[in-house]
Design a protein around this ligand. Structure first.
Ligand code: GDP
Ligand code: IMO
Ligand code: MG
Length: 506
């Protein structure tokens, strides 16, 4: 008997109108309400905008998504899982979203978790409960019926596989089961959201998968035993609680785009963590580039006409792998301790920090097809006498301007730096006042640094962020005429930046 075909007639339509066969939550009154609101200004010209990280994650994507969500009708996650931690600060309130899209606190915005996201149902329900406890509704949430589920063995295997890989191969994962869940997706061992709504399919899948996972876990030296019945009951329970949110989200997003709505696709992680384009094997297990939004949501590339790349004014990373511009104290402490600290949003591990890396950003501009650049944390760099930026790598006297695939080569590269004048330290309220006035109000040295970055990357600067809050953001498009790609390598520094070479091994 094929899965899903139960005895005694068609069990597919549930009392709440959901179809377990397809998992479709029909576009109902709540969706109609959200999707029939008047078109936002941006939506008439820009149906699909993707926001991606251009570095190693934690660039401030959540903050930029929050700002862009103002003119969006939908915010859609398409990759990653609860390894992400996206911070949004509004007024005195701070949110750190792991699975929930960063538009969730805007009740008029429909928030979608696409099929490309690894959904940990326990984590998602915790986030939902926490948000409700803070007085925010989640009636504007939809979860793809095709998204894969994080099972208990995925988290166990995440730990065990990292140990087995050892120092040279381990990525220093967030231990959220992300690698193993995507391994199972590709290996066709996965359990999807739709399965949680169907007793028969879930039980049959678990009967097949569970003994294999026990064997794999033991082979890696694991001692955890999972009770099949307990897992079944727990995940059926999750299905019952999540049912109200489950939908064929490709249909939801597609209909919205056809209706002229504005859709914001919220990337997780960063380009250098991408499983295809990142520092393999030290990145994550899903694609993090803009193109992944199509596969991770179920829409075509023609739905996207804008790609915003978010970059910190310096570089940071949590986890292992080569990091050419990494710095030690005292500069590292400056980066880490200012602006609230550079500690992982998910794991609270101290982030490794370094100067901004233009080899990386040019690479990110290319593989994402960036149309806009957002630079965050200009306030965190303040107070340094000199600010450095790597414009190329030196590999045994050969200049590399393209990011290398070989991790040994990357580890052997030393950055070729340009030095810039630093800018003065200002109190948070002064940065906010500057943000209110616009780009020209920024310290002149910061303007020069930003314009040089823009020229090197070859992508117009669209946002500059000078603090954690929504209001600490300069939107350059508001003031300017339509952006045009700047000429590369325009250097507008008041002082001609000096070129310095770092010692080969720091
Ligand atoms: P994401 O994963 O890319 O969404 O970034 P995270 O939220 O993990 O990390 C970014 C951190 O920097 C958060 O704590 C933000 O509140 C904070 N942040 C974002 N932009 C700025 C900025 O311009 N200045 C300062 N000081 N903090 C910022
Ligand atoms: P956001 O969306 C920063 C890193 C981990 C580790 C590697 C693999 O908040 O920018 P994983 O658990 O995905 O298997 O870990 O990737 N990593 C992140 N670092 N920000 C993230 O997400 C990250 N998601 C994963 O530290 O090195
Ligand atoms: Mg983060």
């Amino acid at each position: 008997m094929p899965w899903g075909v139960g005895p005694g007639g068609p069990p597919f339509i549930l009392s709440n109108g959901l179809s377990v066969l397809s998992g479709i939550r029909r576009v109902d009154a709540a969706d109609e309400h959200l999707l029939s609101a008047p078109l936002s200004r941006a939506s008439r010209t820009m149906p699909g905008t993707v926001v991606v990280g251009t570095q190693f994650g934690d660039e401030g994507k959540g903050k930029i998504v929050d700002v862009l969500a103002e003119a969006s009708d939908l915010v859609v996650r398409f990759n990653g899982g609860a390894n992400a931690g996206h911070t949004v600060q509004v007024g005195g309130e701070q949110f750190a979203f792991r699975l929930l899209p960063s538009g969730i606190i805007r009740p008029k915005v429909l928030n979608v978790i696409g099929n490309g996201v690894a959904v940990d149902p326990g984590q998602l329900l915790e986030e939902i409960d926490a948000l409700r406890a803070r007085g925010h509704g989640v009636q504007n949430l939809r979860v793809s019926d095709r998204a894969h589920i994080v099972m208990p063995w995925h988290k166990t295997l995440d730990e065990l596989e990292e140990k087995a890989k050892g120092a040279g191969m381990a990525a220093g994962t967030t231990k959220r089961g992300i690698g193993p869940v995507f391994e199972d997706k590709v290996g066709r061992w996965g359990i999807r959201v739709t399965d949680l709504l169907d007793d028969i399919v879930l039980r049959k899948k678990l009967d097949a998968i569970y003994p294999v996972k026990q064997k794999v876990s033991r082979a890696f030296g694991g001692t955890d035993t999972f009770s099949l019945d307990a897992v079944y009951n727990r995940y059926r329970g999750y299905g019952d609680r999540l049912r109200e949110f489950v939908a064929d989200t490709s249909v939801v997003v597609h209909d919205a785009i056809r209706g002229g709505k504005s859709v914001l696709f919220e990337g997780a992680q960063g380009t250098l963590l991408c499983v295809d384009h990142g520092v393999y094997p030290y990145g994550t297990s899903s694609a993090c580039v803009a193109g992944a939004a199509t596969v991770g949501v179920g829409i075509g590339p023609s739905a996207i006409d804008r790609v915003v790349g978010v970059a910190k004014a310096f570089t940071s990373r949590v986890g292992e792998g080569p990091f050419p511009t990494e710095v030690d104290d005292p500069v590292a402490s400056h980066f880490r301790e200012r602006g609230g600290g550079e500690y992982g949003t998910v794991t609270r591990r101290p982030r490794r920090v370094g100067w901004i890396d233009l080899v990386m950003l040019r690479y990110a501009a290319r593989v994402n097809g960036l149309t806009d650049l957002a630079v965050t944390k200009i306030d965190v760099l303040a107070g340094l006498e000199t600010v450095q930026a790597a414009e190329a790598y030196d590999h045994f006297d050969t200049e590399l301007r393209h990011f290398p695939a070989n991790m040994r080569v990357l580890a052997e590269c030393s950055p070729e730096y340009r030095d810039f004048d630093g800018w003065e330290d200002l109190p948070a309220k002064e940065w906010r006042r500057i943000a209110g006035k616009g780009f020209d109000a920024l310290p002149k040295a910061a303007q020069a640094y930003l314009r040089w970055i823009e020229g090197e990357v070859g992508v117009p600067l669209a946002f500059v962020s000078v603090g954690r809050g929504r209001e600490d953001t300069i939107d350059l498009r508001k003031a300017a005429a339509p952006a045009k790609a700047p000429e590369r390598k325009a250097t507008e520094s008041p002082r001609k930046p000096a070129k310095t070479k770092a010692s080969r091994r720091r």
